[in-house]
Write a protein that binds this ligand. Structure first.
Ligand code: FES
Length: 160
């Protein structure tokens, strides 16, 4: 199944994104619909992002896979979100997004906006690009325009 392919961005890709590996490094296991892999943030290696690779059934030209990235620290009590469960956000039978549910207490976050079903807390989300089969994550969160309290526990995943 082909992954998303983004055009190269204007200007230097490296200035705003960092490469985390090749698409094959984040293969979705047989029989699963998504994988979660924690990767260090380039500019703050103490903190990690949870790189989500998911089968996207919403693509008009057939299923593809799509990447998302969120801070790997649940804003509730700091559990590592790569242990969570990736699900579709669906309404009236229409799938319009992707969410991750923390394994510890079940808080659920939209992986694009960072909004939480269970509280006002916002999870940092990062843009992901696939260029020439390499996966790139934005150095800065992509959802800073979404207002709400954010917590990263000083970069410590409390239930690693
Ligand atoms: S630590 Fe994630 S829901 Fe409580």
């Amino acid at each position: 199944m082909a992954p998303q392919q983004d055009d190269a961005v204007e200007g230097s890709l490296e200035a705003r994104y960092f490469c985390v590996g090749s698409v094959e490094d984040f293969a979705i296991p047989e029989g699963k619909t998504a994988s979660c892999t924690p990767v260090p943030l380039a500019d703050d290696p103490k903190r990690r992002v949870n790189l989500i690779h998911k089968i996207d059934t919403t693509a008009k030209d057939g299923p593809k896979t799509k990447f998302h990235a969120v801070l790997n620290i649940c804003p509730h009590q700091g559990a590592p979100l790569h242990k969570g469960v990736v699900t579709d956000i669906e309404d009236m039978g229409i799938i319009w997004g992707t969410a991750i549910t923390c394994h510890l207490h079940g808080w659920t976050y939209d992986v694009t906006t960072g909004t939480c079903e269970n509280s006002r807390t916002i999870l940092d989300c990062f843009d992901v690009k696939v260029v020439d089969a390499r996966v790139w994550v934005s150095r800065q969160p992509s959802n800073l325009d979404v207002k709400g309290p954010r917590r990263d526990f000083g970069g410590n995943e409390l239930d690693a």
